[in-house]
Design a protein around this ligand. Structure first.
Ligand code: NAD
Length: 330
């Protein structure tokens, strides 16, 4: 089978080549995205894999794609809102996505950030750069097995995160309106308020929805324990950043670890002069008890390999007329 893989990133290349060797299929790697301008590139191929965030094209684009013999689009992302699912359906195009590629990758980054903040590493680092090697009583740490971790949203990633903290001996509380009993061995299910009031580390793993936007804002920060650490690996909009800054400046919060920022899509995976970054990011970046990473919790070799392999496996399945469990339904 001949597959064209659009939007190929450097990190994906070895895994696509590995998959092609393993399966005997031919994969052409191109850096261009699939759009109306690049549509002709699908000529002669049986299937396509994409990775993009902007809409691919209008209804006619999908009609033309089908006319060129393409029966499926396999996106290597979890999100699929760049695809017009109705137009796909109308043109007999099956869409697959990769919703789960490595929850453990995000869970490990969560734990990494929490331990960095818990052991005050950023604060020591910043003082040591000034030649201050003292054992400051303000910086005395806690140990993770004595603490309570609250996981808000316990799906694939929240579940993997809960297991890591549990393995280190922490008490793990979880809140999710859809209680998944699979995680019962690792967590005590409770309500959101109990987590806010009692957890030493609060970690967010919900989607960004109208109902979850700003789920942590001034009232929630005020109810948290003094010195609590907040971790957000999910979506920046879950936190009111101005209120977070206030809670950090007043020293009510002990620290924050953020892999996502509310307005990150304006500078996503780009290099921007520091003074042109958003003002709230500039403030956060200067705080030694805050750690900001550029949405890279997922960015591990395992994740990228899984995204590429799962997506290409799905191309083969769908083109061969089989069903994939990753098919996106309208
Ligand atoms: P998932 O669907 O498996 O789990 C999300 C859970 O949140 C579900 O169990 C759902 O019931 C729960 N939920 C929904 N509303 C809630 C609420 N109001 N309160 C508490 N729980 C609620 O999703 P996932 O794969 O675990 O992804 C979780 C988040 O992580 C998403 O926001 C996703 O975009 C983000 N993510 C981040 C990265 C990264 O690199 N930083 C990578 C992948 C995913």
């Amino acid at each position: 089978m001949k597959i064209i893989m659009f939007g190929t990133k450097t990190a994906e290349r070895p895994y696509a080549k590995e998959w092609a060797e393993m399966t005997g299929n031919e994969v052409k790697l191109v850096s261009e995205n699939l759009t109306a301008e690049t549509l002709d590139m699908v000529k002669g191929f049986d299937g396509v894999s994409i990775q993009e965030t902007s809409p691919l094209g209008d209804a006619d684009f999908y009609h033309q794609l089908a006319e060129l013999g393409i029966k499926q689009i396999s996106t290597r992302t979890a999100g699929f809102d760049m695809l017009d699912l109705k137009a796909c359906q109308a043109n007999g195009i099956t869409v697959t996505n990769v919703a789960v590629y490595s929850p453990r990758a995000i869970a490990e980054m969560d734990l990494t950030q929490a331990m960095y903040l818990l052991r005050r590493v950023g604060e020591y680092e910043s003082r040591m750069k000034q030649g201050d090697f003292r054992w400051n009583p303000e910086l005395i740490s806690n140990e993770i097995y004595n603490l309570t971790v609250g996981v808000i949203g316990i799906g694939n990633i929240g579940g993997a995160t809960a297991q890591l903290y549990k393995a280190l001996g922490a008490r793990v509380l979880a809140y999710d309106p859809n209680k998944n009993v699979e995680y019962a061995p690792f967590v005590e299910f409770t309500d959101m308020n109990t987590i806010i009031r009692t957890a030493d580390i609060i970690t967010l793993h919900t989607p960004l929805l109208p109902s979850t936007k700003n789920m942590l804002a001034a009232p929630q920060f005020a109810s948290m324990k003094k010195g609590a650490i907040v971790i957000n690996m999910a979506r920046g909009g879950l936190i009111n950043t101005a209120d977070l800054l206030d809670a950090l400046k007043s020293k009510h919060l002990g620290g924050a670890g953020l892999d996502t920022l509310a307005d990150e899509f304006s500078f996503f995976n780009q290099e921007v002069p520091f003074d042109q970054t958003p003002a709230d990011y500039q403030e956060l970046a200067k705080m030694p008890n805050v750690l900001v990473t550029p949405h890279v919790a997922f960015f591990t070799k395992t994740s990228i390999r899984n995204m590429v392999h799962i997506s290409l496996d799905d191309v083969v399945k769908v083109v061969n007329g089989e069903h994939s469990r990753n098919e996106v339904r309208i």
